[in-house]
Design a protein around this ligand. Sequence first.
Ligand code: UDX
Length: 444
Amino acid sequence: MSLRISVFGTGYLGATHAAGMAELGHEVIGVDIDPAKIERLQRGEVPFFEPGLPELLKKHVDSGRLRFTTDAAEAAEFADVHFIGVGTPQKKGEYAADMSFVDAVIETLAPRLTRPAVILGKSTVPVGTAARLAARVRELAPVGGEAQLGWNPEFLREGFAVEDTLRPDRLVLGVDKDNPGRIEEVAREVYADALSRDTPIVVTDLATAELVKVSANAFLATKISFINAVAEVCEATGADVADLADAIGYDERIGRKFLGAGLGFGGGCLPKDIRAFMARADELGSGQALRFLREVDDVNLRRRDHVVDLAAREAGGSLKGARIAVLGAAFKPNSDDVRDSPALDIAGRLHLGGADVRVFDPEAMANAAAVWPTLHFADNAQQACADADVVIVATEWSEFRTLDPVALKDVVAKPTVIDGRNCLPAESWIGAGWRYLGLGRYSS
Ligand code: UDX
């Protein structure tokens, strides 16, 4: 059945969700406070890089099933189901998440409701937020516009956002257990065409649903830092962390995914989510329970120090004047997102250390230049590597993984490569005469 849906927030999460809902057959209105963004989306343009999304968005803007507005009243009037998909970034100078965008959605939407509605939160929020927002909705909604609020965390990965939205591996739904209302029924209707008969549906209380999301991200971050901590020990002994990860990954209880050692995690979710989780636990008096996440964060950041130190060592002991190519700026491939990106962080630090840094990324150059306008950006990988003393592969884009080490050797000053993502075929590079340095694995 086709529903009328609004999605507040048109960033990675909101824009993908809005287009995904239209693809599932619903009539959708996307809402954002940024008029320039809304204008672009309304023209069928996606303001960020996400494979498959431009086609999906254009298809449904053209069909008229998807439109965008800055007017919350229009969305309140139009839709029966309202999704909250705005950002919850880390507060400046603090670990806690900034809830002002989520709060603003409720403050603008609730008083404008004209008929009973369901509000489903998707943003990643500190536990306790949904109950607080539900109470606020009860205060603000006019008579006749009573709304029920549920929490429906989103697990999409950048780079696979469309696939993850249209074929989620589970549906998690938090409801007020004392007053569940129609939320489950409505959510099942919303996602009917995205769920297979086998898709697990977990209906739980609001606090559990909020915690599911942050726990999932904390677990993923812990898994990455675990293997990066082991990588540090491998470096001290000459062992190979990639072989080790293969071997332990065959144990189904462990699994090979998220055991990729290298420069560690970044992006708009994992780093800020573990910090917000710690901050919230502190507030609740359970800070000790999550103290290990401090270590997870530290291990992760140490990988960046390690690569900066390696580059300085390979450049002859000092960064001053060394020509360094950094291949990659995005926090991971198939994304133009540079938020908390390990690649861009090390490029910036090498630059501040006095190196002559040349950066190239297939998609993230504009975003990278907005953060680091003083960095040099090259037009392609070869140009970034010209006369380089050290080449660092910092994001595992497939075009870097398949670089020809024989041809590239001719353009650099010194054939030294640091494989920051353990993504290169080491033997081919060594065979072509390169000094190859993996992270937590062998160096030639
Ligand atoms: C993550 C979660 O996966 C997703 O479920 C949630 O909704 C949002 O946060 P995303 O930030 O898009 O998604 O990226 P993800 O693919 O999880 O990668 C996060 C970071 O971990 C990247 O910087 C990546 O390079 C790094 N990573 C991942 C590793 O360093 N090693 C690995 O083995 C896997």
